[in-house]
Unconditional design. Structure first.
Length: 271
Protein backbone atom coordinates (compact mmCIF):
# COMPACT_ATOMS: atom_id res chain seq x y z
CA UNK A 1 0.00 0.00 0.00
CA UNK A 2 1.41 3.34 -1.03
CA UNK A 3 1.97 5.70 1.89
CA UNK A 4 0.88 9.26 1.30
CA UNK A 5 3.53 11.89 1.99
CA UNK A 6 3.06 14.01 5.09
CA UNK A 7 1.82 17.52 4.42
CA UNK A 8 3.92 20.31 5.92
CA UNK A 9 1.48 22.94 7.13
CA UNK A 10 2.73 26.50 7.52
CA UNK A 11 2.95 27.87 11.08
CA UNK A 12 -0.27 29.37 12.32
CA UNK A 13 -0.84 33.09 12.20
CA UNK A 14 -0.50 34.73 15.64
CA UNK A 15 -3.50 36.00 17.55
CA UNK A 16 -3.40 39.46 19.16
CA UNK A 17 -3.26 37.77 22.57
CA UNK A 18 -0.17 35.67 21.70
CA UNK A 19 3.16 36.21 23.38
CA UNK A 20 5.80 37.80 21.18
CA UNK A 21 9.36 36.44 21.17
CA UNK A 22 10.50 39.21 23.52
CA UNK A 23 7.58 38.64 25.88
CA UNK A 24 8.17 34.89 25.97
CA UNK A 25 11.85 35.45 26.84
CA UNK A 26 10.67 37.31 29.95
CA UNK A 27 8.15 34.68 31.01
CA UNK A 28 10.03 31.53 29.98
CA UNK A 29 12.58 31.47 32.88
CA UNK A 30 9.73 31.75 35.39
CA UNK A 31 7.75 28.74 34.15
CA UNK A 32 7.86 25.83 36.64
CA UNK A 33 10.45 23.28 35.58
CA UNK A 34 9.59 19.55 35.29
CA UNK A 35 10.60 17.50 38.32
CA UNK A 36 12.96 15.33 36.29
CA UNK A 37 11.17 12.02 36.63
CA UNK A 38 8.11 10.41 35.12
CA UNK A 39 6.93 10.82 31.55
CA UNK A 40 8.82 13.64 29.78
CA UNK A 41 6.84 16.82 29.17
CA UNK A 42 5.94 17.13 25.52
CA UNK A 43 3.80 20.28 25.54
CA UNK A 44 4.90 23.68 24.28
CA UNK A 45 4.49 25.93 27.32
CA UNK A 46 4.48 29.05 25.17
CA UNK A 47 1.42 27.69 23.36
CA UNK A 48 -0.17 26.77 26.70
CA UNK A 49 0.13 30.41 27.78
CA UNK A 50 -1.14 31.56 24.39
CA UNK A 51 -4.22 29.40 24.84
CA UNK A 52 -4.88 30.73 28.35
CA UNK A 53 -4.38 34.35 27.26
CA UNK A 54 -6.69 33.76 24.27
CA UNK A 55 -9.51 32.68 26.60
CA UNK A 56 -8.90 35.60 28.96
CA UNK A 57 -8.76 38.18 26.19
CA UNK A 58 -11.70 36.94 24.11
CA UNK A 59 -13.90 35.61 26.91
CA UNK A 60 -14.70 32.41 25.03
CA UNK A 61 -15.38 29.06 26.66
CA UNK A 62 -12.42 26.72 27.02
CA UNK A 63 -13.89 24.22 24.57
CA UNK A 64 -14.34 27.05 22.03
CA UNK A 65 -10.60 27.58 21.68
CA UNK A 66 -9.32 27.48 18.08
CA UNK A 67 -8.09 24.10 16.90
CA UNK A 68 -4.67 25.44 15.94
CA UNK A 69 -3.94 26.02 19.64
CA UNK A 70 -3.26 23.05 21.97
CA UNK A 71 -6.28 20.95 23.00
CA UNK A 72 -8.47 22.95 25.36
CA UNK A 73 -8.39 20.14 27.96
CA UNK A 74 -4.59 20.36 28.11
CA UNK A 75 -4.62 24.15 28.39
CA UNK A 76 -7.30 24.16 31.10
CA UNK A 77 -5.58 21.38 33.05
CA UNK A 78 -2.38 23.44 33.24
CA UNK A 79 -4.32 26.57 34.19
CA UNK A 80 -6.12 24.69 36.98
CA UNK A 81 -2.98 22.91 38.18
CA UNK A 82 -1.03 26.16 38.39
CA UNK A 83 -3.93 27.73 40.30
CA UNK A 84 -4.04 24.84 42.75
CA UNK A 85 -0.28 25.10 43.42
CA UNK A 86 -0.29 28.90 43.76
CA UNK A 87 1.89 29.33 40.68
CA UNK A 88 -0.20 32.09 39.11
CA UNK A 89 0.35 34.35 42.11
CA UNK A 90 4.04 33.40 42.23
CA UNK A 91 4.51 34.21 38.54
CA UNK A 92 2.61 37.47 38.97
CA UNK A 93 4.73 38.60 41.91
CA UNK A 94 7.98 37.82 40.08
CA UNK A 95 6.92 39.77 36.99
CA UNK A 96 5.66 42.62 39.18
CA UNK A 97 9.05 42.88 40.90
CA UNK A 98 10.78 43.02 37.52
CA UNK A 99 8.46 45.76 36.32
CA UNK A 100 8.86 47.82 39.49
CA UNK A 101 12.63 47.56 39.12
CA UNK A 102 12.33 48.62 35.48
CA UNK A 103 10.30 51.64 36.59
CA UNK A 104 12.99 52.60 39.12
CA UNK A 105 10.93 51.57 42.15
CA UNK A 106 11.83 49.41 45.12
CA UNK A 107 10.50 45.86 45.01
CA UNK A 108 8.26 46.60 48.02
CA UNK A 109 5.92 49.57 47.91
CA UNK A 110 5.47 52.08 50.73
CA UNK A 111 1.95 52.82 49.48
CA UNK A 112 -1.14 50.64 49.08
CA UNK A 113 -4.56 51.54 47.68
CA UNK A 114 -7.56 49.36 48.50
CA UNK A 115 -10.91 49.18 46.74
CA UNK A 116 -13.56 46.68 45.68
CA UNK A 117 -15.68 46.03 42.61
CA UNK A 118 -18.97 44.11 42.47
CA UNK A 119 -19.45 42.03 39.32
CA UNK A 120 -22.31 39.93 38.03
CA UNK A 121 -22.09 36.19 37.63
CA UNK A 122 -23.79 34.02 35.04
CA UNK A 123 -26.34 32.56 37.42
CA UNK A 124 -25.60 31.30 40.90
CA UNK A 125 -21.97 30.21 40.88
CA UNK A 126 -20.93 27.81 43.63
CA UNK A 127 -21.07 28.77 47.28
CA UNK A 128 -19.43 32.19 46.86
CA UNK A 129 -22.41 34.22 45.70
CA UNK A 130 -24.43 37.13 47.12
CA UNK A 131 -26.28 40.37 46.49
CA UNK A 132 -24.70 43.82 46.82
CA UNK A 133 -27.60 46.01 47.92
CA UNK A 134 -25.69 49.24 47.33
CA UNK A 135 -24.65 48.45 43.75
CA UNK A 136 -27.73 46.28 43.02
CA UNK A 137 -25.50 43.49 41.75
CA UNK A 138 -26.02 39.75 42.18
CA UNK A 139 -22.72 37.97 42.09
CA UNK A 140 -19.30 38.48 43.61
CA UNK A 141 -17.00 41.21 44.85
CA UNK A 142 -13.36 41.67 43.87
CA UNK A 143 -11.22 43.15 46.65
CA UNK A 144 -8.00 44.63 45.25
CA UNK A 145 -4.98 46.15 46.92
CA UNK A 146 -2.52 47.81 44.52
CA UNK A 147 0.71 49.78 44.82
CA UNK A 148 1.47 53.34 43.74
CA UNK A 149 1.84 52.18 40.11
CA UNK A 150 -1.50 50.38 40.10
CA UNK A 151 0.21 46.97 40.11
CA UNK A 152 -1.59 44.29 42.06
CA UNK A 153 -0.40 43.43 45.57
CA UNK A 154 -3.24 41.04 46.41
CA UNK A 155 -6.79 40.07 45.47
CA UNK A 156 -9.73 38.32 47.13
CA UNK A 157 -12.97 37.28 45.41
CA UNK A 158 -15.90 37.05 47.83
CA UNK A 159 -19.68 37.18 47.90
CA UNK A 160 -21.06 40.48 46.56
CA UNK A 161 -22.58 41.24 49.97
CA UNK A 162 -19.27 40.78 51.82
CA UNK A 163 -17.82 43.70 53.79
CA UNK A 164 -15.30 45.66 51.75
CA UNK A 165 -13.44 46.59 54.94
CA UNK A 166 -13.06 42.94 55.93
CA UNK A 167 -12.04 42.02 52.38
CA UNK A 168 -9.29 44.65 52.35
CA UNK A 169 -7.96 43.48 55.73
CA UNK A 170 -7.88 39.86 54.52
CA UNK A 171 -5.94 40.86 51.39
CA UNK A 172 -3.47 42.95 53.40
CA UNK A 173 -2.99 40.11 55.87
CA UNK A 174 -2.30 37.56 53.10
CA UNK A 175 0.13 39.97 51.40
CA UNK A 176 1.88 41.30 54.51
CA UNK A 177 5.18 39.64 53.55
CA UNK A 178 5.25 42.00 50.54
CA UNK A 179 4.38 45.03 52.68
CA UNK A 180 7.25 45.29 55.16
CA UNK A 181 7.93 48.88 54.01
CA UNK A 182 4.29 49.96 53.93
CA UNK A 183 3.63 53.44 55.32
CA UNK A 184 0.13 54.46 54.16
CA UNK A 185 -3.05 52.86 52.84
CA UNK A 186 -5.31 55.07 50.71
CA UNK A 187 -9.01 54.24 50.67
CA UNK A 188 -12.35 55.86 49.88
CA UNK A 189 -15.08 56.79 52.35
CA UNK A 190 -16.44 53.26 52.38
CA UNK A 191 -13.42 52.23 54.46
CA UNK A 192 -13.59 55.06 57.00
CA UNK A 193 -13.80 54.36 60.72
CA UNK A 194 -11.46 53.53 63.59
CA UNK A 195 -12.16 49.80 63.45
CA UNK A 196 -10.75 49.46 59.94
CA UNK A 197 -7.74 51.64 60.76
CA UNK A 198 -7.00 49.58 63.87
CA UNK A 199 -7.34 46.31 61.93
CA UNK A 200 -4.85 47.58 59.33
CA UNK A 201 -2.41 48.50 62.10
CA UNK A 202 -2.74 45.04 63.65
CA UNK A 203 -2.00 43.38 60.32
CA UNK A 204 0.62 45.73 58.84
CA UNK A 205 2.13 47.45 61.87
CA UNK A 206 1.37 50.36 64.18
CA UNK A 207 3.18 52.90 61.98
CA UNK A 208 0.91 52.32 58.98
CA UNK A 209 -1.58 55.15 58.40
CA UNK A 210 -5.00 54.84 56.78
CA UNK A 211 -5.80 57.94 54.72
CA UNK A 212 -9.40 58.35 53.54
CA UNK A 213 -9.72 60.27 50.26
CA UNK A 214 -13.09 61.99 50.52
CA UNK A 215 -15.23 63.16 47.64
CA UNK A 216 -15.74 66.94 47.81
CA UNK A 217 -18.10 67.29 44.85
CA UNK A 218 -21.41 65.70 43.91
CA UNK A 219 -20.28 65.36 40.29
CA UNK A 220 -17.80 62.82 39.01
CA UNK A 221 -14.21 63.98 39.35
CA UNK A 222 -10.91 62.14 39.31
CA UNK A 223 -9.92 61.93 42.96
CA UNK A 224 -6.22 62.30 43.78
CA UNK A 225 -4.51 58.96 44.54
CA UNK A 226 -7.83 57.11 44.31
CA UNK A 227 -7.77 57.01 40.50
CA UNK A 228 -4.81 54.60 40.61
CA UNK A 229 -6.87 51.61 41.73
CA UNK A 230 -9.73 52.62 39.44
CA UNK A 231 -7.29 52.43 36.54
CA UNK A 232 -6.39 48.89 37.62
CA UNK A 233 -10.06 47.91 37.43
CA UNK A 234 -10.04 49.47 33.96
CA UNK A 235 -7.11 47.23 32.99
CA UNK A 236 -9.17 44.19 33.96
CA UNK A 237 -11.93 45.35 31.61
CA UNK A 238 -9.59 44.76 28.66
CA UNK A 239 -10.13 41.04 29.21
CA UNK A 240 -13.63 39.93 28.25
CA UNK A 241 -13.38 36.86 30.47
CA UNK A 242 -13.42 39.31 33.41
CA UNK A 243 -16.43 41.33 32.20
CA UNK A 244 -18.45 39.03 34.48
CA UNK A 245 -17.42 36.29 36.84
CA UNK A 246 -17.87 33.15 34.74
CA UNK A 247 -16.02 30.80 37.08
CA UNK A 248 -17.57 28.23 39.38
CA UNK A 249 -14.94 28.66 42.08
CA UNK A 250 -13.70 31.99 43.43
CA UNK A 251 -10.12 30.67 43.50
CA UNK A 252 -10.27 30.27 39.71
CA UNK A 253 -11.57 33.85 39.46
CA UNK A 254 -8.55 35.09 41.39
CA UNK A 255 -6.21 33.12 39.13
CA UNK A 256 -7.90 34.71 36.10
CA UNK A 257 -7.12 38.16 37.51
CA UNK A 258 -3.48 37.26 38.21
CA UNK A 259 -3.09 35.77 34.72
CA UNK A 260 -4.58 38.80 32.99
CA UNK A 261 -2.29 41.21 34.82
CA UNK A 262 0.72 39.01 34.06
CA UNK A 263 -0.12 39.47 30.38
CA UNK A 264 -0.26 43.26 30.74
CA UNK A 265 2.99 43.50 32.74
CA UNK A 266 4.94 41.25 30.37
CA UNK A 267 3.85 43.45 27.48
CA UNK A 268 5.06 46.55 29.31
CA UNK A 269 8.41 44.93 30.13
CA UNK A 270 8.96 43.84 26.54
CA UNK A 271 8.13 47.33 25.27
Amino acid sequence: MTRLPEIAYPPRKPYPSDLSDAEWEILKPLVPKPKGFGHPVEVDFREIFNGIFYVQRTGCQWEMMPHNLPPYSTVYNYFQKWQRKGIWQLLHDQVRQQLRTELGRNEQSTVAIADSQSVKTTGKKGEVYGFDGGKKVKGRKRHLVVDSQGLLIGVLVSEANASERLGAVVVLDEAKEKLSKLEVVWVDQGYSGKNFANAVKQVCGEKVLVEVIERTSGTFVRLPKRWIVERTFGWLNRFRRLSKDYELYSEISEAMIYGSLIRLMVRRLAA
